[in-house]
Design a protein. Structure first.
Length: 291
């Protein structure tokens, strides 16, 4: 056997084992349940009971442009009678007592943008069953809003903490650093202008944050939490035979989700006039999936 034949055999063997290794890698990749967020300013605007809602008289609102979001709890619920925590709880972010009472530990929050993977869970770890609802506890929002000052419109970034209670050491918006080192109840926010040296922070009224729950009559949530509930158009079946990823997209309504009390009735947010933020809650959840 000459050297050309030997060399040919070596190449064939290398190609075989290379392809075999790649095939093994593909076979060994376990299918995942993947969770992503998207934001929709045209999605129906709901109230706490999951019913269509308009902006109250005396208030004004705008649909913010979202940069990122975080959540600290995710659950699949079989039906409208499944009580919170009795479904398939697939995620619960770290909490701490550092600020006194139990609170979400913001330093461990996973913050993602639209379409980015928030959770990836092996489907083998998801209890088999038929799921009609998703329950997700939102904890942090980062978005752009427009403000009016001295007749001039400005753009800025607002960070909104809507979890039941959050321990925050520090957080920042651009070069603006906010040293908190304390627990903050639902409704704490901070704001900074883009390209201008101005920043401020505040607290929305207690229990004023909207948290849509269309099954409130059969499966209520505690006041002050931010467990938003949404129903699949077609139930999600997990039967243990999935050979590929299941991607669940959580479409959140940002339709006029940033709301304030008007002082000057012009539909523009003007904090210098004393206009106060009253609601930063997402306005509905429509989950969907692709298998």
């Amino acid at each position: 056997m000459n050297w050309r034949v030997n060399l040919f055999i070596v190449f064939v063997l290398m190609a075989f084992f290379s392809c075999t290794d790649k095939d093994d890698e593909l076979v060994n990749e376990e299918p995942q349940l993947i969770i992503k967020f998207q934001f929709d300013e045209n999605q129906i605007r709901l109230n706490n009971l999951g019913q269509p809602s308009s902006v109250p008289l005396g208030n004004a609102a705008q649909s913010p442009v979202f940069n990122s979001i975080s959540a600290h709890y995710f659950e699949l619920a079989p039906n409208a009678y499944t009580q919170l925590g009795q479904g398939a709880v697939l995620y619960h972010a770290p909490e701490t007592l550092q600020g006194g009472d139990l609170a979400i530990d913001f330093s461990y929050s996973k913050i993602v943008s639209e379409g980015e993977v928030f959770l990836s869970i092996p489907l083998s770890q998801v209890t088999q069953g038929n799921y009609e609802y998703v329950r997700v506890s939102l904890s942090y929002q980062n978005y752009n809003v427009s403000v009016l000052n001295s007749g001039i419109d400005y753009s800025g970034v607002l960070e909104s903490f809507v979890g039941y209670n959050t321990y925050i050491a520090t957080h920042s918006i651009g070069n603006n650093i906010f040293n908190v080192n304390a627990n903050k109840l639902q409704g704490y926010w901070a704001f900074a202008l883009n390209e201008y040296p101005y920043s401020t922070f505040g607290q929305a009224p207690q229990n004023a944050t909207t948290v849509p729950n269309p099954i409130a009559s059969t499966s209520p949530i505690q006041p002050g939490s931010c467990v938003v509930t949404g129903k699949f158009l077609e139930s999600l079946l997990i039967n243990g035979t999935e050979a590929r990823d299941v991607v669940v997209t959580l479409s959140l309504s940002v339709n006029n989700s940033f709301e304030w009390e008007e002082v000057n009735f012009d539909g523009k947010y003007e904090p210098s006039a004393g206009e106060k933020v009253v609601d930063m809650g997402l306005r509905g959840l429509i989950p969907s999936y692709v298998k």
